[in-house]
Each structure stands twice: as structure tokens, then as C-alpha cells.
Design a protein around this ligand. Structure first.
Ligand code: NAP
Length: 309
């Protein structure tokens, strides 16, 4: 039987793994389908303390995993399919294999929010993408007009990154002001290749009949006017949705699906703790996720110490 199973290997999961490992709990850490989490899809992380020149997101996560493994964390590629939290020890099914554990740390993070258009779904990976770092350098996007949808830090980051490849980058935002941090917003809007399209939403991605992206239909929310912009790629960066479907009905979630902790990192189920973006709708930073992971491991260690008294 495991003492601690940690679901997720983003900043929260791996920091929890580091602390749990150093507490001699030999945590079993499950990657899910995205080892290293969303940060591995970022280019340079400029705001993680201790890296004045910035650090590549993938490298940061690789280093964090190595650090946790050095103290005995067992990182395993695998997806948790179901959990039974009504029994003790908890039962976890990992790709069909049953595992029992005394405690669980949920660090499942968040996935990309979709626009919800049928054409978006049909053209996914055919010019529609959610990750500029992963796909931006593809030949189909080179020297072509590109579209980024969103107004937050992610959208700005994607737009700036894409200026390396595209001929022009349209930044389509539903309001007339970016939500992004001031430094990111200013840097983005100052770039000569970035053309903001304010107060506008994408109503359709063209062209499903050609089975590739050739443009977007855009509606100005103030005037109601619809126009078409030619482009070879659409990069959707409109925020995230927490990966918590697995826990519905067992763990308290808010209306948007974020885990609601009962106290500190403890959830409503004793022995189950939570950390990172799956329970954070406010800060959502790499460093806050790491901090929550640390707290969850400490809370978990204390809980186990209480059990074994
Ligand atoms: P976000 O801050 O939640 O921004 C999402 C953006 O998408 C907002 O501008 C929002 O518009 C827009 N949006 C949401 N739903 C939409 C829809 N259905 N249609 C059209 N537009 C929609 O998300 P994020 O940019 O992914 O950032 C998440 C967190 O990570 C933030 O805390 C951010 O600071 C952090 N982050 C930091 C960095 C960095 O520091 N370098 C990089 C990436 C992310 P409204 O503005 O109108 O709500």
C-alpha cells in the first residue's frame, strides 16, 4: 500500500513530491497525459524566482522532477481513471491497475479552454491549436498571417512567440483592454507584427470544407459588424478549465469545477489534499502552484503522522 499518491506532475505535483519524498514517504507520482504540466508548453518563464535570465518551461519541470526523484519520489507515466474515496485505504485505478493509498494529493492542474465552435473542433490540429510553443514553428504557419484569440498573459505570450514565424499576428480580444499584466500587454502591443482586433469574437473558423484553416469570421461586439480575416492558423488562448471531472460527487468543487479546500490544502475528504491550478481561480502562477504543492505535502505528512500515532 502507498502512503501518498500524487496525481499530476506540474509545478504543484512535483513540489508536493519533493517535500513528500524528503519526508521519507516515497510518493508515487502520476504524470497523466501531460508530464510536466502546462508549463512545459511555455517558452521562457520569466517570473519564477531564482532565474534572473528566465528559464525554459520544459527545463524547469525536468529539473524539478529530477530534484524530487533524487529524494525518492517515484514518477510514473500513467493516467488515473477512477478513484474510490469512500473506502480506506483509498482505491486508485491507474490505466487499469489498482493501487491502494493512505493519502492522495490532487494536483491535476487545468486544461485549455475552447471557444466551443463546431469549426474549431473540426479543424483542431489542422490549423487550430492551443499551444504556440508546441506548434508555432510548423511550416504551414511560416510567413503567414496568424490569429491569436484572448487577452490574458497567455494570449500575449503566444502572440509574441508567433511573431517569429507569422507575417502578421492578429490578436482578437472581446474587450478593448487586455487582461494581461502591464509588462506583457505593453510588450505585445508595441510589437510591429501584432495587430490587435478589439471588442471582437471569432464566430467561425474557415474553412471546414477545405479541411484546413484559411481564415476566421470575426464579429465586432460593439457594432455587430462581421468581417473575415485571412489566416493560416488560429491559436486559442482564452484561459483554462480545471481537470477535476474525476472527483465530481466525491470532492467539493465550485460551480466552475475548481476544488474547494475545506481547510488549508485539506479537502472535504480527510486524507485527500489539493494543490495548484485545479483549486486556484485567482493566482494561477507557477510559483503559487509550487507553494501550494509544498503546503499539501506538509499537511499530508502531518495527517499521516496523526494516523500512525
Ligand atoms: P486569463 O488570464 O483567464 O485570460 C483569459 C482571456 O481569455 C481573457 O482575456 C478573457 O477575456 C478571454 N476569454 C475567456 N473566455 C473567452 C471566450 N469564451 N471567448 C473569447 N475570449 C475569452 O488566462 P491566461 O491568459 O491563460 O492566464 C492564466 C493565468 O496564468 C493568469 O494568472 C496569468 O497571469 C498566468 N500566466 C502568466 C504568464 C506570464 O507571466 N508570463 C504567462 C501565461 C499565463 P476577458 O479579459 O474579457 O475576461
Amino acid at each position: 500500500m502507498e502512503k501518498v499518491v500524487i496525481i499530476g506532475t506540474g509545478c504543484a505535483g512535483l513540489t508536493a513530491a519533493l517535500y513528500a519524498a524528503r519526508a521519507n514517504l516515497q510518493p508515487l507520482v502520476l504524470t497523466g497525459t501531460m508530464p510536466g504540466g502546462l508549463l512545459t508548453t511555455t517558452s521562457v518563464v520569466e517570473n519564477y524566482p531564482g532565474f534572473p535570465e528566465g528559464i525554459d518551461g520544459y527545463e524547469l519541470m525536468t529539473r524539478l522532477q529530477k530534484q524530487a526523484e533524487r529524494f525518492g519520489a517515484r514518477v510514473q507515466f500513467g493516467t488515473v481513471e477512477s478513484v474510490d474515496l469512500s473506502r480506506r485505504p483509498f482505491a486508485v485505478s491507474i490505466d487499469g491497475d489498482p493501487v491502494e493509498t493512505q493519502t492522495l494529493i490532487i494536483a491535476t492542474g487545468a486544461g485549455h479552454r475552447h471557444l466551443g465552435l463546431e469549426s474549431e473542433h473540426l479543424l483542431d490540429k489542422k490549423g487550430v491549436t492551443y499551444c504556440a510553443t508546441c506548434d508555432g514553428a510548423l511550416p504551414i504557419f511560416r510567413n503567414q498571417p496568424l490569429v491569436v484569440v484572448g487577452g490574458g498573459d497567455s494570449a500575449c505570450e503566444e502572440a509574441l512567440y508567433l511573431t517569429r514565424f507569422g507575417s502578421i499576428v492578429y490578436l482578437i480580444h472581446r474587450r478593448d483592454q487586455l487582461r494581461a499584466s502591464k509588462i506583457m500587454a505593453e510588450r505585445t502591443l508595441a510589437h510591429p507584427k501584432v495587430k490587435p482586433v478589439w471588442d471582437s469574437v471569432v464566430t467561425e473558423i474557415l474553412d471546414v470544407r477545405q479541411d484546413k484553416v484559411t481564415g476566421v469570421r470575426v464579429k465586432n461586439l460593439k457594432t455587430g459588424q462581421e468581417t473575415t480575416l485571412d489566416c493560416a492558423g488560429v491559436f486559442v488562448a482564452i484561459g483554462h478549465v480545471p481537470n477535476t471531472a474525476l472527483f465530481k460527487g466525491m470532492i467539493d468543487l465550485d460551480d466552475a469545477g475548481y476544488v474547494v479546500p475545506a481547510k488549508g490544502t485539506a479537502t472535504n475528504v480527510p486524507g485527500v489534499f489539493v494543490a495548484g491550478d485545479c483549486s486556484d481561480r485567482v493566482y494561477r502562477q507557477a510559483i503559487t502552484a509550487a507553494g501550494m504543492g509544498c503546503a499539501a505535502a506538509i499537511d499530508c505528512e502531518r495527517y499521516l503522522a496523526g494516523l500512525n500515532q
